[in-house]
Design a protein around this ligand. Sequence first.
Ligand SMILES: *Cc1c(COP(=O)(O)O)cnc(C)c1O
Length: 469
Amino acid sequence: MHRVADLVADYLESKVQAYPVVPRISPGDVRRQLPPSPPAQGEPIDRILDDYHRVIEPNVTHWNHPGFMAYFPVTGSGPGVLAEALTAALNVNAMLWRTGPAPTELEELACDWYRQMLGLPPEFRGHINDTASISSLLALAAARERAVDLDVRRRGLAGRADVPRLTVYCSDQAHSSIDKAMITLGLGLANLRRIETDGAFRLRIDRLEEALEADRKAGARPIALVATLGTTSSTSVDPIAAMAAIARRDQLFLHVDGAYALAAGICPEFRQHMQGLSEADSIVTNPHKWLFVPVDCSLLYVRQPDLLRRAFSVVPDYLTTTETGVTNLMDYGVQLGRRFRALKLWMVLRSFGVAGLQERIRYHCELARQFAAWVEAEPGLELVAPVPFSTVCFRATPDLPPEHQDRINEQLLERVNAAGPVFLSHTRLRGRYVLRLTVGNLRTTPAHLERAQQIIRTAHSQALATYAP
Ligand SMILES: *Cc1c(COP(=O)(O)O)cnc(C)c1O
């Protein structure tokens, strides 16, 4: 135990920063260093920890590194790490209130605390899933369940002449988890309408109206809209209020995917981007992304929890209990058993406090704005999207045809990441290759961003100098 505590403390306090963010290894290198078959007899824990230290720790991509600015960074903060250790010690499975009274009640409480922090009305009830992908899947299952006349729970969708195509609408920037939900729920990818976005990558309401009308004319039945609050590529925010008005008018279910950026909603000044949010039917946000809770922790808020129970509750004899008026978390989704994730959320909320969390979110957005200002001032680089939160999309713009520009940007990213101290990622916007930098790690300071700028500047001139069309 003591040695593990030391390994954790050394890693978080200093060692993580000494590693390159992405390990310099090739596929297969890790397995080659480990025996192919299990030991017949038990081994001493010290020897196992030696191998952990030698083979595992150096060969992870260091998501807890302050130079990790790719995708959406995460932070396993101190209180979150301690909570994970306590969770493992308790090893409780709160599928029913009876099998985990404190975990069940703490989950409801922590979700409600966070709801209050986000300024959401009290009718939203939250529960915790592993990922936003699962939260959005459950939300769309609730949307499908709301179409009572279809009786999908019992009759399914296949082999029925009485069910029209059921269509769902999101923007062309929506996350791939919405596609996966369509696949899993039997709604079909062809029935997900990806609506064109405007110049700032927000869903176009006029195009949404056209798609709804065309589908209805063709005999389809629209069931849900998915608005993204902070798209994965550029953190754009769809016009939620206008989508809510359409959802109300047409009796569609409105799900809001705020996996990353909704965390900024704890700061009142960011809620200007989020108007209409309170009118959603469901909202997902991941405290494991930008709220310093260790992976995994995704929160799904629903206005009518009854829809989830109607969609999913199945109680076999061996799971019946006698308590009344309690929540049995197994009723709210697909899985029966569940990790006790509320403890880490609760411990993080308590130890930072609302003001402490707001301060960090604001700081990250400020660092991102400073980086964006640097990009704008840097010759040969340009910003590709607005910066509403802490993500900056940018690219090099050499005087070459677009495909060559893309190649140079790809090479620029490779060079930046090969340097070691920072890790950025890429996306495509309007078909063009774009670099992405997000500030979201608790330990990221201005020094890390200055380092990123130096590395980008050097890599930029090298990429231009060595480019051979
Ligand atoms: C990261 C992300 C997701 C998926 O998150 P998981 O928790 O990994 O499933 C979904 N939507 C958006 C907008 C995201 O940024």
